[in-house]
Structures are given as C-alpha cells and as structure tokens.
Ligand binder design. Structure first.
Ligand SMILES: Cc1cc2nc3c(=O)[nH]c(=O)nc-3n(C[C@H](O)[C@H](O)[C@H](O)COP(=O)(O)O)c2cc1C
Length: 190
C-alpha cells in the first residue's frame, strides 16, 4: 500500500489547515496510507533541523508533499532548515523516484507564492523525485484553483483566524492536490 506523507511548517496555523486538506484528499483514495507531519521549530538547534523519527517516516513514503507558508517571497526559515537537513538523503539519492508535490499559503493573492513553489520543485528535483502539479483549470465555479497556480496548491490567508482562512475553495484545492498525488502514487507503484 503506497504511503503519502505531507510534511509542512506553519507559524500561525494557516498552512496547517491547508496541509490537513491535502492529507484529506490523499486519504480519500482507497488503498493509500497517509502521514501528516508538522515541522517543529523546537527540532532546530543552531539553525540545524534534526528529527530522525520524521526522516524515518519520509524514507518509508512513496510520495512526499512539501508545504510551507511564503515568508519574504520564499519558504519559511523553519522549512528551509528541514530542507537543508535532507542533504544526507540527497547524497545517496535515497528519495530518487518518490512522487513529490507542494503547496504554500501567503497573505496576498499572489504574494510571490510561485517563488516558494519553485523552491519546493527544485528541492524535489535535487532528490530526483517525480513532481506532480495541480492539474486543474483556474477559477472553477466551486473555487478550485481560484488563485490560478499550476505548479502546486496555493491558498490565501492573512491576519484572519485559521478557522476561516484559508477559505473553503482553497482547502478544496488542497484536497484536489492530495488526491492527485495519491492517485499518482498508486499508479507509479503498480
Ligand atoms: C516573516 C513573514 C513573512 C511573510 N512574507 C510574505 C510574503 O512574502 N508574501 C505574502 O503574501 N505574505 C507573506 N507573509 C504572510 C504569510 O504568508 C501568511 O500570513 C500566511 O497565512 C502564514 O501562514 P502560517 O499561519 O501557516 O504561518 C509573511 C508573514 C511572515 C510572518
């Protein structure tokens, strides 16, 4: 049974909501196991991220979906510390041919989230992973992909409570991404 892991950082809870939606979408696919893993800032000491239990889960995954808020036009420092800690796996190309995708939240509708998604894509390419994009037309009547991103799932949330932002449409977009990645993992594992 393929395993899809969603690993993300969230500073004030908005990216957590999108991550939960992505996991929900992945879990909706029969025959797929999912993990939802938060990057904990307490696992970063002197700028270095370390958590072998998290890495054991990722090593055992068939697909990894990366998520981070957009901070200053890129991934959060905490996500980047995690990404830097994947360097050991890069050396041995241990994540080669796992499925990958990504998502980001920012306060502006654009907010330079594409820059963050590009970084997540580059991270996946350095690991020789297989990137899966959103695969949805923009601004659909139900709100899917209302922000018009194709590289991954994006959502908008500013100072509002995470209970209301990201909104329903953005969370649905996250679900669609999770489902697509899970379906890809199933097909890839056949
Ligand atoms: C340090 C910092 C930098 C930010 N930079 C951006 C940015 O470049 N573009 C943007 O639209 N929003 C930016 N924001 C807003 C966050 O992306 C937004 O509030 C997001 O919902 C936070 O997600 P979180 O609650 O998961 O941390 C920034 C917020 C912080 C704290």
């Amino acid at each position: 049974m393929p395993t899809v892991s969603v690993i993300y950082f969230s500073g004030s809870g908005h990216t957590t909501k999108l991550a939960e939606a992505v996991q929900k979408g992945a879990a909706s696919v029969a025959g797929v196991k999912t993990n939802l893993i938060a990057i904990n800032g307490d696992d970063i000491a002197k700028g270095r991220y370390s958590n072998e239990a998290v890495f054991a889960q990722l090593d055992a995954s068939d697909a990894i979906i990366f998520g981070t808020p957009t901070y200053m036009g890129g991934p959060s420092a905490q996500f980047k510390a995690f990404a830097d800690a994947t360097g050991g796996r890069w050396f041995g190309q241990q994540w080669r041919s796992k499925i990958a995708s990504g998502f980001s939240v920012s306060s502006s509708p654009a907010g330079d989230k594409f820059s963050t998604l590009q970084y997540l894509h580059t991270l996946a390419m350095q690991h020789s992973m297989i990137w899966v994009g959103l695969g949805e037309m923009p601004m659909q009547p139900n709100g899917v992909n209302r922000l018009g991103s194709f590289a991954g799932a994006t959502a908008q949330a500013g100072q509002e409570s995470p209970d209301v932002a990201p909104n329903t449409a953005d969370k649905l977009t996250g679900e669609v991404l999770g489902k697509r990645v899970a379906e890809a993992a199933l097909r890839w594992n056949k």
